[in-house]
Write a protein that binds this ligand. Structure first.
Ligand SMILES: [Zn+2]
Length: 268
């Protein structure tokens, strides 16, 4: 007699929770023309949306916040706004900028962030695009940054995010060799739990309205898959044009601020 397999009605199966990691950089008190900075009032509207989404029952994507670069405004402006709403976040820090570069956190601020329960990851030593690094430079960008953060904070730092989102097979192998178990990318897509070795994120430019962000969480909307498709096309264009030419076009289109240090080719 054949074994009878009990089928579970589909409506009773719980779909795995998906997470959408959002990527912020700098928060400014007033509006900015710089794509990678978001005005604090707009940022608060984003946070209020995430609180509403987390309280709602009819969706299966959970918003998660991340910040790249270690800008001082993250701790001065973003953290109090997060804390007042009971939200947490992951901060990826450009270790060589900590305590040395104007506008970025010092070690005392970073320690207080860690002690307040926020997760700290690495974001390179000097924000060099890792695909452009020699083997020696990769060692500095990946190992030196991790070891310095671990020593200064007294905690393991197994996660990192890619400066400019740039990666290839060689970079990923170097990340693993440097002791990272999880690499956060700039590929906009929701991730299933448990998280894998690479975690996609959606970069949030300063003019992204919360109403538009809300669409990404709507199960009926295809906005997120469209974004991922566009991102893949953009990456293909970079490979085709080369980083230098792509950067020139990027600067024209994205109103890059003169003198802003964004790794030369888009902050991320
Ligand atoms: Zn960055």
């Amino acid at each position: 007699m054949p074994l009878r397999v009990e089928s579970i009605p589909e409506e009773k199966t719980r779909r795995p929770l998906r997470r959408l990691f959002l990527l912020y950089h700098e928060i400014r008190p007033s509006e900015s023309r710089y794509s990678y900075a978001i005005e604090s009032g707009m940022f608060e509207r984003h946070l209020d949306l995430f609180v509403r989404l987390r309280e709602a029952q009819n969706y299966d994507i959970w918003p998660e916040l991340t910040f790249d670069d270690g800008h001082r405004s993250d701790v001065e402006i973003a953290v109090p706004l997060l804390q007042s709403r009971g939200l947490t976040a992951r901060f990826f820090i450009t270790a060589g900028w900590t305590g040395t570069k104007t506008g970025y956190m010092g070690w005392a601020e970073l320690r207080s962030l860690h002690e307040a329960g926020f997760s700290i990851g690495a974001h390179g030593w000097s924000h060099k695009l890792l695909t452009h690094c020699s083997d020696g430079e990769l060692q500095t960008e990946l190992s030196r940054s991790r070891l310095t953060l671990e020593e200064k904070l007294g905690t393991p730092v197994p996660t990192m995010s890619l400066p400019g989102g740039r990666c290839n097979r060689r970079v990923l192998a170097a990340c693993a060799a440097a002791g990272y178990t999880q690499v956060y990318t700039s590929v906009p897509r929701a991730e299933l739990l448990p998280l894998g070795a690479m975690v996609g994120r959606l970069n949030i430019p300063g003019d992204m309205q919360p109403e538009w962000v809300a669409k990404l969480f709507d199960p009926e909307s295809r906005a997120l898959s469209k974004l991922e498709r566009n991102y893949r096309m953009k990456e293909a264009a970079k490979r085709l044009l080369g980083d230098r030419l792509y950067a020139r076009i990027w600067a024209l289109v994205n109103r890059r601020e003169p003198g802003s240090d964004d790794g030369g080719e888009g902050a991320e």
